[in-house]
Design a protein around this ligand. Structure first.
Ligand SMILES: [Zn+2]
Ligand SMILES: [Zn+2]
Length: 148
């Protein structure tokens, strides 16, 4: 995530994934892409409190399926959602990057430049996703704790 995401034309993004342009969808996209960290489900629900919850979950599920966003659980098991990189598409995510979970502000950050190595699991296991976390303090929180 970063500045480049702000330039995305959300209407075009929806169109390119055969999703109808609706206000709730556009709002979810603009909220997620405006943040430097992933957006937690409670934050999304609070910001979209006028949208029916079922509708919100459907939007998130559709975006996830289309490769527009990916879900990351933080250390407490709370779902967080982050925009995918441009090379994700339907049924194929390229989100094998390191996630950083801040123990202070609880924000989850995508460290897209840190790719995970290909993981080979023993026979009989079927990998559906790999999540690797670094934990500690994010830049904001570590600055704050240094100032004390
Ligand atoms: Zn933090
Ligand atoms: Zn991520």
């Amino acid at each position: 995530m970063g500045q480049h995401k702000n330039k995305i034309d959300f209407e075009q993004l929806l169109q390119s994934h055969q999703l109808k342009r609706t206000n709730p969808r556009l709002r979810v996209l603009s909220m997620m892409s405006s943040r430097s960290s992933a957006t937690s489900q409670p934050d999304l629900e609070a910001a979209m409190s006028d949208i029916d919850r079922v509708t919100l979950y459907r939007i998130l599920a559709a975006f996830e399926e289309k490769g527009i966003i990916h879900k990351v659980f933080d250390l407490n098991g709370t779902a967080n959602y982050a925009m995918c990189t441009a090379d994700c598409n339907e049924g194929h995510h390229h989100d094998e990057h390191l996630h950083f979970s801040c123990t202070n502000c609880k924000n989850v950050y995508c460290l897209e430049e840190l790719h995970l190595p290909a993981i080979t699991v023993p026979e009989g296991f079927k990998t559906e996703g790999v999540t690797v976390y670094a934990t500690g303090l994010c830049p904001k929180c570590s600055k704050r704790s240094a100032a004390k």
